[in-house]
Design a protein around this ligand. Structure first.
Ligand SMILES: NC(=O)c1ccc[n+]([C@@H]2O[C@H](COP(=O)([O-])OP(=O)(O)OC[C@H]3O[C@@H](n4cnc5c(N)ncnc54)[C@H](O)[C@@H]3O)[C@@H](O)[C@H]2O)c1
Length: 350
């Protein structure tokens, strides 16, 4: 079996995670890395034993000796790089959010569908076995009709230096600036928690009303070329296609929580809770007669395939795989609407 030749586009923080994950797959060869920063891409290639480096995607496309790409560039670079890759006939796994707006994300999904190439978005928390099991339990009717959903994504990098110093490192500063293509915490991790909630509760959002807030963080709310205007906390009330009500929120000010996703799904026969943290994930359930005494039990889960594994398998088998560009574009539509609801202070239908 010929290995799948993979190019890594972008060589920042998350690209290391991609390179390490793809390197563990036996039928994948990391053949090239691209970054506009030459020192960064050379160091990255040396670290991951990647033979070819480029400082522009155009040069890499002219070279052409790769089958697939994992796009780990900043959010606003996803659209202008993914479209030429699809046009060149390359399968693409793209980081989230697919783009900064629904219009761009939709264009990417439409191009990917027309190309027949494998297109996936790295909604990482699909890799959490506990949320996959929760979804299956909801589908199997174990908690009955879902009535209420609570989901949150908590980070604290604005108050802690555990991940570095946001006041001086570009990887954090671009995430705080709309001019640099960020939709703040809503675009950055809001997309993860909307996916986590909808996937885990086996439903979709159909009405949304959100409030977003940007706190003053520096003199004049500016550091160097970065205007710190992107939101850093959001709260959303949502209605779901299964009729349930819910609340979804996220913050970068959640002191004491480095990276924590929580989902609670309440049905008329039982309830589920998924908590995912860097150190551990848990699924707890309150089912059947335990509903009377409110006793919760931890559930066993089987290991699941990662997005990285699914992407390679989909290329091998010649089919598309979820989470697709189209799915991510649909989530992007909700993010766009959330921004409008903040301005207009009224609920909108998806
Ligand atoms: N799925 C997840 O859990 C997860 C986690 C972290 C980051 N991400 C996503 O991954 C992406 C990258 O995030 P990061 O933290 O690695 O950012 P980063 O700033 O550390 O790295 C981005 C890299 O892309 C390079 N770059 C910029 N423009 C480029 C271009 N035109 N061509 C090639 N390279 C270019 C930059 O020089 C930089 O090295 C973002 O979209 C982010 O949202 C996803």
């Amino acid at each position: 079996m010929m290995p799948i030749r993979l190019l890594v586009l972008g060589s920042g923080g998350m690209a290391n995670t991609h390179a390490m994950n793809f390197a563990t797959l036996p039928d994948v060869q990391l053949v090239a890395a691209v970054d506009v920063d030459i020192a960064k891409v050379r160091a990255f290639a040396a670290r991951h034993d990647i033979p070819n480096t480029f400082t522009s995607l155009d040069e890499a496309i002219v070279w052409g000796e790769f089958d697939a790409v994992t796009n780990v560039t900043p959010d606003r670079i996803h659209h202008p790089t993914t479209l030429p890759l699809l046009a060149a006939g390359k399968h693409v796994m793209c980081e989230k959010p697919l783009a900064e707006t629904y219009a761009k994300a939709d264009e990417m999904a439409t191009a990917a569908e027309a190309s027949g190439l494998v297109n996936m978005v790295n909604l990482t928390y699909r890799n959490v076995a506990q949320v996959q099991k929760a979804r299956q339990m909801v589908i199997d009717g174990e908690i009955g009709r879902v009535r209420h959903i609570e989901a949150s994504y908590l980070q604290s990098w604005l108050v802690s230096k555990a991940w570095g110093d946001w006041t001086s490192e570009s990887q954090w500063l671009w995430r705080l600036s709309t001019k640099h293509g960020s939709n703040g915490v809503l675009g950055d991790v809001g997309i993860h928690i909307l996916d986590f909630a909808g996937f885990g509760a086996a439903t979709e959002i159909d009405h949304v009303f959100a409030r977003l807030k940007t706190f003053d963080k520096a003199p004049g709310n500016r550091i160097g070329e970065y205007d710190l205007d992107a939101n850093d906390s959001f709260t959303m009330t949502a209605e779901f296609t299964n009729g349930a009500m819910g609340v979804i929120h996220a913050s970068r000010w959640a002191t004491g929580h480095l990276n924590e996703l929580r989902l609670r799904v309440y049905g008329d026969k039982g309830a589920l809770e998924v908590i995912h943290r860097p150190d551990a994930s848990k699924l707890r359930a309150c089912l059947k007669e335990d509903v009377e005494t409110a006793v919760w039990r931890e559930m066993e889960v089987d290991p699941v395939e990662t997005n990285y594994q699914k992407f390679i398998a989909a290329i091998r088998e010649g089919h598309t795989e979820e989470p697709s560009f189209r799915h991510a574009a649909n989530l992007q539509k909700i993010l766009d609407l959330a921004l409008i609801t903040e301005r207009e202070r009224r609920e909108l239908a998806v």
